[in-house]
Design a protein around this ligand. Structure first.
Ligand code: PLP
Length: 427
């Protein structure tokens, strides 16, 4: 039987890079005076490889796996969006754009934010087109964090947040969120974590992995904490269009927050455009200028083809967003009911496309559960601890897959739970 490869140890700070010098394989690795032995920078070595990676490596070698693992829509980008991109190529649009991105796209983004959330940005110098929210996060953190600055991040949270802070030279301060409150953040916990070195709060709601989307009053209270302590906010709102039966609260639209927030948005999830690598940042001009400075030297600009596609998405993609959202909503209800029915406590997620059930009652850790479920029943889920300490005891199940696949996955999970519950002392 296959077993999961052991996690690669994070690079040893002392020995990494101490290989014999080329040309003299037996000579001890004596670093030249004043030269360090490590090839990689400390902040890079200090970040462990993604906990999700080894699962995906193993899945590649297995047949008949149902993946609830990857957080990616199962839809293809709607045809009219692809067609706009094809037509743009046919017309020979193959060049760089302005560093900030095509002005038509920046206007469309500003209109979208004004119409939907009432928050006003000047397309000329307050909107930047990025290579996905991923680049936006990296730019935002590097633009505002100095070495040693602390950034508060709700735990659990998206896997890139903490490494992003480390790469920017900052220090992560986790703000715990708990199952009892549906993993919604509590303003008091933010207050407790603030020190003289706190620089910013990094929020990601609706949340990956929990699906939590806090109510307006909770976010308003967090906004007050931010303003009172003169902090900045980075708000990752990539799931703003995937919210079920409630409004999305744009953090920049809260009192006093537009001036303190770097708002990140994208196309990957709402329009099923993960492969196009396109997103945006919106912020007051002095802040945005910092992001632009890094972006112009490191990325130059986003792909013109993707920018043209994004314009089409914003202009004519609303029907597609609603159709896909309704479908995710149906799947959400099916998977959450199914998980609860088999005895895995699972709150109803309010946004994104993840269910986050507890597996604690089986007496297994989340990693053990994910590993054994994959090997025994060929269903891939992600251990909650990959998203932070507070994710322990839970697993993330992405329901951006067909209802037929979800039904089959639930049958397999049910079989697994029955078998292991019988063996565990818990039941
Ligand atoms: N932010 C969150 C919360 C995500 O879940 C993801 C992708 O899974 C990203 C950002 C990355 O988005 P993009 O494809 O726009 O880089």
């Amino acid at each position: 039987m296959k077993t999961l490869p052991p996690p690669k140890p994070s690079l040893d700070l002392e020995t990494e890079g101490a290989t014999p010098l080329a040309g003299n394989p037996t000579a001890p690795a004596e670093p030249a005076r004043g030269r360090r032995r490590d090839r990689l920078a400390k902040r890079v070595r200090s970040v462990a490889p993604s906990g999700i990676r080894r699962f995906f490596d193993l899945i590649q070698t297995m047949d008949d796996v149902i993946s609830l693992g990857v957080g990616e829509p199962d839809f293809t980008t709607p045809w009219h969006i692809r067609e706009a991109a094809i037509y743009s190529l046919e017309r020979g649009q193959t060049m760089y754009t302005s560093n900030l991105g095509l002005i038509e796209l920046r206007r469309a983004i500003a209109e979208h934010l004004a119409r939907r959330y009432g928050v006003i940005y000047e397309p000329n110098d307050e909107v930047l087109v990025t290579l996905g929210v991923s680049e936006g996060l990296d730019l935002a953190l590097r633009a505002i964090v100095d070495p040693g600055d602390e950034v508060l991040i709700p735990d659990p949270g998206y896997v890139s947040y903490a490494p992003g802070v480390t790469f920017s030279g900052g220090a992560v301060k986790a703000v715990p969120t708990r199952p009892g409150t549906g993993f919604r953040p509590t303003p008091a916990e933010f207050r407790q974590q603030i020190t003289d070195r706190t620089r910013a709060v990094l929020l990601g709601y609706p949340n990956n992995p929990t699906g939590a989307a806090p109510d307006r009053p909770v976010l308003e209270e967090i906004a007050r904490v931010i303003a009172e302590n003169d902090l900045l906010a980075v708000s990752d709102e990539i799931y703003d269009r995937l919210v079920y039966g409630r409004e999305h609260v744009c953090f920049a639209s809260l009192p006093g927050m537009r001036e303190r927030t770097i708002l990140l948005g994208g196309f990957s999830k709402a329009y099923a455009m993960t492969g196009w690598r396109i997103g945006y940042a919106a912020a007051p001009r002095e802040l945005l200028a910092g992001l632009v400075k890094i972006h112009q030297y490191t990325a130059l600009c986003a792909s013109i083809t993707s920018q043209v596609a994004a314009i089409e998405a914003l202009r004519s993609g609303e029907g597609d967003v609603l159709t896909m959202r309704d479908e995710y909503d149906r799947r959400r209800r099916v998977i959450v009911k199914g998980l609860n029915d088999v005895g895995l406590d699972c709150p109803m997620p309010e946004g994104a496309f993840y269910a986050f059930p507890s597996v604690a009652r089986l007496g297994q850790t989340d990693e053990e559960f994910a590993e054994r479920l994959l090997l025994e029943e060929r269903v891939a889920v992600v251990p909650g601890s990959a998203f932070g300490e507070c994710g322990r005891g839970h697993v993330r199940c992405c329901y951006a897959t067909s209802l037929a696949q979800i039904d089959e996955a639930l049958k397999r999970i049910s079989r697994y739970v029955e078998r292991h519950a019988a063996n565990s002392a818990v039941r």
